[in-house]
Design a protein around this ligand. Structure first.
Ligand code: AMP
Ligand code: MG
Length: 327
């Protein structure tokens, strides 16, 4: 498995500092690079805000990672087919949002793909091509209808056996949302938060251009977009893949077929909330260009950039309300 998340975004700052102080910290977290830059009235408040943002990232990782045996999500995956499992507010919020985005995207966004993610070898050192029978079996446990949330009290349960959830398509966006809130609460007037290429820019000082990585030419830029009071998420086939018999399979699974989605090279979604940008970019990767553009056009203040290959050429489509500035 290869990850090129580190190459994901480069940032160009074109800001006019309006606050007395700004500060930045970078740390490895959630299997990726987390970068937090904030502006506040003085360096003490910068420190407080940076700490608060990182604490939010760490909390989401602790609760929602499927790589940790002790996370709340792992416990739900282990016990949810047998009984109601009590869960905390954050996990409840993300599961509710997952159901909402699954419905909005006709099931293209679906955190119940975890059995398929494993079947395709994304948790294995020796990925093998799954058989059609394996895929049909895993598909039986796939579908958001299998996830039940308690109406009284915070708890979750699965409707059938072998269901398990992977929040890798939405948790980073949620982490950005709560990190922004925490940083503001701690005194930040502006901030630029980057979690493995999922970005959030809030406040005047953090406005600026963001580079979208070229999906087929490593290290090159597809274009720049202006970011102000917005979250942006990119889903790319180049980010994470397995190689089986000399062929590459990407990490985003089409829940309708059980196979990795492969029509699109990369999708960037810009939205007011991190959770929306993250879930919709993953869904758009499955839905394809036209359905993606239709989806974001139907939603207020949401935009996309989609890149795909035809023959040997790369095509790019940008939704109406967004400008992609050429590099
Ligand atoms: P992202 O990079 O945000 O597009 O998320 C991709 C990750 O989400 C994958 O690595 C899987 O962990 C998970 N995933 C794969 N397919 C789907 C899907 N159809 N819906 C939701 N999550 C998915
Ligand atoms: Mg996503």
């Amino acid at each position: 498995m290869h990850s090129s998340l580190l190459l994901f975004f480069s940032l160009i700052f074109s800001y006019q500092p309006v606050c007395a102080e700004s500060d930045e910290r970078v740390q490895l977290l959630m299997g990726t690079t987390a970068r937090v830059k904030v502006w506040a009235s003085d360096s003490a408040h910068c420190d407080l805000a940076i700490n608060a943002a990182f604490e939010a990232f760490v909390a989401v990782d602790r609760e929602m990672s499927t790589y940790r045996t002790d996370s709340e999500l792992t416990r739900l995956n282990r016990e949810g087919s047998r009984q109601w499992v009590p869960i905390g507010k954050s996990l409840m919020d993300v599961l509710s949002a997952s159901i909402q985005f699954s419905r909005l995207t006709a099931g293209a966004f679906d955190p119940t793909v975890f059995p398929l993610v494993r079947l395709w070898g994304f948790r294995s050192h020796d990925p093998r091509l799954p058989t059609n029978e394996d895929i049909a079996e895993a598909l039986k446990a796939t579908g958001i209808r299998h996830l039940l949330l308690g109406t009284e009290g915070r708890r979750a349960k699965f409707r059938t056996q072998k269901v398990s959830l992977d929040l890798g398509g939405i948790a980073k966006g949620y982490a950005l949302d709560i990190a922004r809130d925490a940083a503001i609460e701690a005194g930040a007037s502006a901030g630029l938060l980057d979690l493995g290429g999922n970005l959030f820019s809030f406040g005047e000082s953090a406005q600026g251009l963001v580079a979208i990585q070229h999906p087929t030419r490593s290290g090159e830029v597809l274009g720049h977009i202006q970011l102000a009071e917005k979250a942006v998420a990119t889903s790319g086939g180049y980010e994470k893949f397995v190689e089986i018999d000399g062929r590459r399979y990407g990490h985003i699974i089409d829940p309708r077929t059980g196979y990795p989605a492969s029509d699109i090279k990369s999708v960037t979604v810009v939205a007011d909330e991190g959770v929306a940008a993250d879930a919709l970019s993953t869904a758009c990767f499955v839905l394809g260009t036209d359905a993606c553009v239709d989806l974001v056009s139907d939603r207020e203040r949401t935009e996309c950039v989609v890149a795909w290959m035809e023959e040997d050429s790369l095509f790019v489509r940008v939704s109406e309300g967004l400008a992609l500035l050429k590099p």
